[in-house]
Design a protein around this ligand. Structure first.
Ligand SMILES: C[S@@+](CC[C@H](N)C(=O)[O-])C[C@H]1O[C@@H](n2cnc3c(N)ncnc32)[C@H](O)[C@@H]1O
Length: 294
């Protein structure tokens, strides 16, 4: 399969905002090549069936428009080139290396050798393929940190928008019980299945195509969703229906100017905010449904 590589030349301060624009335009994951503060390249890949050439001028305009929000986008050029599957993988391998995300969790690309530094370190083997979720994006690492804080052992969990499956697999390493992992995108389902096979501890995760929690009636102890804020809004009332009393709802993927919106939506639906985690321009919110009498 052929791919279109899209490279944005920008600045260090614009990395998160540019990533956000690309994600809103169906990019999967991004790689960052930052030799210099003002000479940064944000790289992503689109499958050949997406007409990126048509999108590119609009993307360039949005990136140039970041200056209106006080963010210097630098050159803000968008360049496209065609790559085949093998060179996609080679480029990807150049940028993606083992990374210790939290105290206990390290993510290691499936093709790299890695020895954990201590017995406590849980090593997640991952080949994200075209799905989002290398673990290195702030939205994923915040969600991983939140899972590490909340999982005590045996919790049932639903992962909404599983991407590469990274959050569900990490949750199994942290001791979670039964997990359902859903995504709307077939590439994500394929990647999650492959990544579960790389991490036998996660073999009982139930993986399925689903939009948000549409049609799901079971109740669980924990729901995690790393999705854009606009998509979290309709998920909130659904999460309320699918959580056990005292159940926890972890949301991530919230860019700074959407944080208040999500906090307000959560509290309007009866959630209590436990903690707000922040990395760069991104937020993750841990909330719970109060039990009777709380
Ligand atoms: C930002 S990625 C997160 C991936 C991974 N969970 C992580 O934390 O790295 C968001 C994922 O949500 C999926 N998604 C977007 N809209 C969705 C929807 N309505 N229902 C289910 N999944 C959705 C996308 O396909 C993508 O895989």
């Amino acid at each position: 399969m052929d791919w279109t590589e899209l490279v944005v030349e920008t600045t260090n301060e614009a990395i998160d905002a540019v990533t956000n624009i690309l994600m809103e335009n169906e990019a999967g994951g991004v790689q960052i090549d930052d030799h210099d503060l003002n000479d940064v390249r944000v790289i992503t890949y689109f499958p050949a069936n997406i007409n990126v050439a048509e999108k590119a001028p609009e993307l360039e305009m949005q990136i140039k428009g970041l200056s209106q929000f006080g963010i210097d986008p630098g050159k803000a050029t968008v360049k496209l080139s065609d790559v085949n599957d093998d060179s996609w993988r080679d480029v990807w391998k150049k940028y993606y290396h083992p990374v210790r995300i939290t105290r206990y969790l390290t993510i290691v690309p499936s093709w790299e050798d890695y020895q954990p530094e201590s017995d406590d370190e849980k090593v997640i083997r991952l080949d994200p393929g075209r799905a989002f979720g290398t673990g290195t994006h702030p939205t994923t690492s915040l969600a991983l940190l939140a899972l590490e804080k909340e999982i005590r052992g045996n919790e049932s969990m639903i992962d909404v928008g599983t991407g590469s499956g990274v959050l569900s697999i990490a949750a199994k390493y942290l001791g979670a019980g039964k997990i359902d992992a859903y995504d709307i995108d077939d590439e994500a389902i394929k990647a999650t299945k492959e990544n579960v096979a790389l991490n036998p501890i996660a073999k009982d995760i139930n993986i399925g195509t689903n939009s948000l929690l549409d049609g799901i009636s079971k109740k669980v102890d924990l729901i995690v969703a790393n999705i854009l804020a606009e998509i979290i809004v309709p998920l909130i009332p659904q999460a309320k229906e699918c959580l056990n009393p005292s159940g926890k709802f972890i949301t991530s993927g919230i860019i700074n100017d959407k944080k208040d919106l999500i906090v307000n939506e959560l509290t309007d639906h009866g959630f209590v905010i436990d903690e707000i985690l922040n990395q760069k321009d991104w937020y993750s919110i841990i909330a719970h449904l109060p039990s009777e009498g709380e």
